[in-house]
Design a protein around this ligand. Structure first.
Ligand SMILES: [Zn+2]
Length: 374
């Protein structure tokens, strides 16, 4: 079983790597395609700039032809003017010549305009050509890189696939089928449990499920996301250490309706945890073994609130932090869940550390009140 989980962990690593490599191989041509699109746009821009330059050239030629044409007309008019008989005819010819000269100037202005445009057009063409050159080089480089990377990825993929096949053959077929079903729908089939939670979907595990996962005897799936759960004691220990060092111990509430205590010598049982719960007119007491969390004896109910009903149990006890739903407490059965037991033991350690600290600190001042006196 434990070997199955170990293999599954490695299988999940292999599956994720295979997925990553496949995605990368699929993404490479897309990157090339993006640059190719850019390249096509630049080519179009260059064609347009070249086309505009050509149109300008044609226009300039047209204006030049018009000028030649007009100059021809003018010299014809001048020839005619030598042969005219009347003053009116002469005036009319002079008027024609004047008009043609005006036309020539208008065409010359247009040619000047086109020539000024041409400079800007040439710049556009040159810029587009330079851009095209850079992008062509870039795309060649990118294509070459994509080719290389694809070959590398394919090689890695083959290696990971072989590793994956080996791991799969070492896992119980039923477990493998459960893992792959979740993997298919959720992208991963395994999830670590930390702090009583499924670290992938963040849902809290029921105490019994948590204990089963911790024990590592069977493969349990998360009730919320169906991923197979595993427990890493090292990570859990890290969390507990962090909690111990970073969190200050909360003071138990004096007036709460539920109270947990550590009792150092409870009858013949020795060290125990006591849980008292006040109801409207009665109160109840539960006793649990300190190290195993096993419940000792039955629940004892008495009239009145617990401080009045069980005074003999409250001598020399240490008040602890603890607050659970009564229904939840009933659902525990005859044993404290591991997480509850851990929490009580941790709080006891903190209370002890705090009390030894404050005893030293308070020695010179007024004696501090013993928790049991409250
Ligand atoms: Zn989950």
């Amino acid at each position: 079983m434990l070997q199955d989980l170990e293999n599954l962990k490695q299988l999940q690593v292999a599956d994720k790597e295979i997925q990553r490599l496949r995605e990368e191989v699929a993404a490479l041509p897309k990157r090339v395609a993006v640059i190719e699109e850019k390249l096509a746009a630049t080519k179009a821009k260059l064609e347009k700039a070249k086309g505009a330059a050509k149109a300008d050239e044609a226009a300039r030629k047209k204006y030049e032809a018009s000028i030649q044409d007009l100059q021809g007309k003018i010299s014809k008019f001048r020839d005619q003017s030598l042969a005219v008989k009347t003053n009116d005819q002469y005036k009319a010819l002079m008027h024609e010549i004047q008009f043609a000269e005006q036309e020539i100037r208008a065409n010359e202005d247009k040619i000047l305009e086109v020539m000024m445009n041409t400079e800007a057009r040439d710049k556009d063409v040159k810029a587009a050509e330079a851009e095209l050159k850079t992008e062509t080089a870039e795309i060649e480089k990118e294509k070459e890189e994509a080719r290389k990377r694809t070959a590398e990825d394919e090689k890695l993929l083959a290696e990971w696939n072989a590793k994956r096949d080996g791991l799969r053959s070492g896992i119980d077929p039923d477990t493998l089928r459960r893992y792959e079903r979740v993997m298919k729908y959720r992208g991963s089939g395994l999830s670590e449990v930390r702090d009583q939670k499924c670290t992938t979907c963040q849902v809290m595990l029921r105490p019994q499920t948590y204990n089963e996962v911790r024990s590592g005897q069977t493969i349990i799936e998360c009730e919320s996301c169906q991923r197979l759960l595993y427990f890493n004691p090292e990570n859990e220990a890290k969390i507990e250490r962090t909690n111990l060092t970073t969190k200050r111990r909360a003071k138990p509430k004096v007036d709460s309706q539920q109270a947990w205590f550590y009792h150092p010598s409870f009858g013949e049982e020795g060290e125990v945890f006591l849980a008292f719960i006040n109801a409207s007119t009665t109160s109840s007491r539960r006793v649990f073994e300190l190290h195993t969390g096993r419940q000792i004896g039955d629940i004892l109910n008495r009239e009145g609130s617990f401080r009045l009903a069980f005074p003999e149990d409250l001598n020399g006890v240490v008040r602890l932090n603890g607050q659970w739903d009564e229904e939840e407490i009933d659902s525990w059965g005859s044993e404290l869940p591991m997480v509850v037991l851990d929490s009580l033991q941790r709080d006891l350690d903190l209370a002890r550390a705090e009390s030894s600290h404050s005893t030293h600190a308070a020695a010179a001042e007024t004696p501090s009140e013993h928790p049991a006196a409250r």
